[in-house]
Write a protein of this length. Sequence first.
Length: 759
Amino acid sequence: MRRIPLFWLSVVFISGIAFAHEFSTSARFWQYGCILAVLFAALEFLLLKRWFKYRRMREKLPFAMCFLFFFFFIGGLRYEIATLSPGPSDLAYYNQNGSVALEGTICDDPQRKENSIQLVVCVDSLGLKGKNSYPVKGKAIMRLQTGDWKYGDRVIARGSLSDPPEEENFSYRFYLSTRGIHSLMEYPYLQLIGTNEGNWLKRGIFQLRQSAYQTINDFLPQPEAGLLSGVLLGLENDIPFQLEKAFQDTGTAHIVAISGYNMTLLAGLILVGFRRHLSIWWAGFLAILTIAIYTVLVGASPPVVRAALMSSLAMSAHLIGRKQAGIFTLIFTVAVLCAFNPLYLWDTGFQLSAMATLGLVLYADRMSTWFEKQASRWLPEPLVKGIKGPVGEYFLFTIAAQITTLPVIVFQFEQIPISSLISNPLILPVQPLVMILGGIAVITGLFIPPLGQLVAYLAWLPLTYTIHIVKLLAELPGIGISTGKVSLPVIFLFYALLFLLTIPNQILPKVSLSQKQILAGISLLTATAMVWNVVLTRTSGYLRIVIFDEPNQGVILVQTPGGKNILVNSGSRANAISTELNQYIPVMDHQIDLAIFSQTQKTQNQAFPILINRFSPELFLWASPVPKNSVSNQITDLLMEEEINSQVWEKGVLTDLGDGVKIINEDPGIEGATLQLTYGNLRLFLIGEDMPKNLQDLPMTGGLVILPPNDPDAYKWQDFNVLTTIHHNAYQQIGISTWQHGWIQLWSDGEKLWIRSEK
């Protein structure tokens, strides 16, 4: 049996994890799969031993397939074990279970904020009210107002455990789960019962970290001290909110956080610096050693260790001299990390770490060689050799990492960070000065404070420059293009084209230069068209409401300032309304966030089954009583089949659409629901087929009224002093008619209202 490459074992292991995440399976399924794979491996061994013909046939196969299947099932089983529901011996089992008493040890460096302190407590026993304590295992995040707590303190905590919160754009629960934390305790009563527990080495490291933090604050003013603490020590709590947001908006947050993005760039800078004076092997060894020391200094938390390991891999291709080795080693490392925690695969930081490393492995040296070749045509050779290093380190390495991280950024943050292409080259050149001068200032300041203070003054200038450049760029308009949600197939297609066009033919099947040029041209035109499609369909921070005309009367599309798409009713012609919706929804998004069933007539909702398949809404609301007909039955069956969340929208329940846009079901109605949408000063009423019972109680004055297709009389609404009515009648002169004006668009910023029409 041939030796199976670790690369393929890693690929199938990761595939098993992804398969288990995507499809609903049980741990028993994966256990049986492992057993069958082992049995087939044993059977194959017997066949190889006894039958010569089978042995000759087996030698023609590149892999032992049963062995690969075994690792595939192991991957799925690892994911199922990691996502098992907690049992009585797990701390998370007691979340939302009232008051408890916990005993454990502070097992991480306390994070001090302006008005609070956050602790990670490793719990080993728990007691419920009126009962004795018994052993449990798990970690809990605890927030307190203040206190002089240290790593290794033994504590008793009394309070209520809860699940970490889920927010619209950030899952704190998932973020903590990747660190093995599943419980939160807000402001408990905490009692100290012991000290100096835990690992002595970690305790010493955390004490050194706090001493360095205090030294930085003694030497520098804010916010420069806060920025240096984030860059050197991973302590970001002193950075003001507006400055932190500016780093995020300009795509430079990786400079502050100890993430895979800046750790990977640091690895490249260190390796190139050492290679100027040492052999490649010594340079690689010292670079990895430097990253290891830096990892320990900043606390060695799981994300930092993961980022350091990823970054060290960027140097494997240099040490071995083969780009294939760097790629294959990267895949193997991803598999090893996922074996420890399979949830890493869906962690944004993990994805950025892996992709940034891949970018450096594939493109850093090639871009540097290309630059040297092009510059040699115009500049003297000594000058080219002199500028090759700084240009590569400060600019080309950044571009190499951004090439492969761009799809992840688009998928996770739903925007193309245009500003990062400008901001990173402007501020990255001074970051080595920040780290070198800041590091020297801290080290010398711990032993010779006056000398450390002098060096800190030198570090102040690049810190101030970084802050001012980031603030300036954050104030510029158009710092990013919002893309909306982008599907995974689009991301995979981008990577497939990127690798096909850029990776040498030694790694991928041979593709001729002309074929690459044709593919590159088509890819560039497609990407340009998609970007313009996003730009032309986005609402640019405004609320847009589209009232469609014949043959889609009664269908309304609401687009929030943040880009969410809400479809009210569907009409009867699926192809016609699909064509109209594609004028407003980007190609890369192609999804409805919320679909609302508000009219009970078949003609108003007959197209929903097809639209559900085409646009896959995240949530479906029944705003009016579900009629007993074939269309509603088909919709219900399809929602269950596609596992789309559907709910009955009760009277008076308010739904927050985000960005200040809210919609409430004022009256479900038997024939159709009446809805009220508000955004700032704008009030919009979507009237059902039957008159709402609480019409006199609604704040109609100054509001807009959209009537259903079958309401023949728009005059009656004048008695309510509405701003205007939008209806579908052919001959009534009052209000605005889609029959006369075609589709109607309402635009609003919450203060003003603009109305556009097709005719």
